[in-house]
Design a protein around this ligand. Sequence first.
Ligand code: AMP
Ligand code: ZN
Length: 438
Amino acid sequence: MSNPNLIWNKEFETMPREELRKLQLQRLKQTVERAYHKVHFYKAAFDEKGVKPEDIESLDDLNKLPFTMKKDLRDNYPFGMLSEPLENIVRIHASSGTTGKPIIGAYNSNDMNAWGEAMARVYTACGATSKDVVQNAYGYGLFTGGLGFHLGAERIGATVIPAAAGMSQRQLMLMEDLGTTVLTCTPSYALSLAETMAEMGISRDRLKVKCGIFGAEPWSEGMRAQIEERWQIDAYNIFGLTELGGPGVACECAYKSEMHIWEDHFLPEIIDPNTGEQLGYGQIGELVLTGLTKEALPIIRYRTRDLTVLNAEPCACGRTHVRMDRIKGRTDDMLIIRGVNVFPSQIETAILRVPDLEPQYVIIVDREKSVLDNLEVRVEATESLWSGGEAAREAAARQVNKEFQQIVGMTASVKIVEPKSIQRSEGKAQRVIDKRSL
Ligand code: AMP
Ligand code: ZN
């Protein structure tokens, strides 16, 4: 565990909740004013609902406001959502979406400052200080990961190595030669790098790495255990999305129990994804976020499609900001198999409960031979299981199915495949192939 007393900005991160709510309301009003008067899309959406900026008198009035959807951002590509002329914009990013037009992120200098602050809090919460050497292996470029992590590392005064994703052998060489203490990348790339470390025969005691800050894709507690064991580090979860500015919306603290949402910058809600009704703390639903300090591109009630639970219990670290649980799935990555709802994260959890399997898998959904959906899970054996013969592999497959049955109440066609046969990821892992929609 890192030092739980390290806090980047005590005044804001430990602000009494009553005071925090006042600040949120004040910032919400400012954001709503700006959005309504400067962005045509918001004015039209507010007018359609018959709501005016003056109607926001308390935080409870938030649910009078319209939602913003991914489609709205797409329809207003590239600059339709901007509240300021392009000459004020100092940075553009774009989402990693593979189909259609991307989602644009645009920042003025205050937005950059707020992003740096959020990321500085993240590093500090994970125990990083100016003494650390941060190897940033998130992708640099339009993706917010690389430059977002870079910004925060500079802000805390750490030594940042902009390694970017890929070239794994070189990553390991740099890590050893430059004395990297903090690794930042996607969890799937952290696993892949651990394999490279083993392949290169680098023993762990030649490296100084002590923690990793991993996010940008879903991962389970089982995956955390794997990463922590292989690297002998503390692995922390961080959450963010392009629409809200990038990484640094929420992050775990030393206690690794759910992610604090920086509530003076982001106002979270949980809603029922089907009805849009607000749900309370402790109830699972879709995360909706409003930016409280976003200027160039105001975001009001953005429906993230990410499913999680908010926890308002005080945390031992002293931060007063609510925590969000690990993302359970996305409303749009839920697979409906023969009528049963299945999330890839549930499959990952089942796999990682079975020893002798690698945390490398793909999920293939097909409707080829029959009208019934077929759910196939391919998962890699460890070297020892692979060499242990057919019977041992079948037993492992049965074990996965037993766990899976317990979690979702159905079985899958589990195939144990050869070690290293599944493609490794350097960024966001692609784990589901849905042939039904091809
Ligand atoms: P992008 O804007 O392309 O970076 O993608 C943002 C999306 O990545 C989020 O809406 C989540 O679905 C996913 N994501 C980011 N961080 C995490 C995380 N720590 N756990 C699970 N999913 C995440
Ligand atoms: Zn905490």
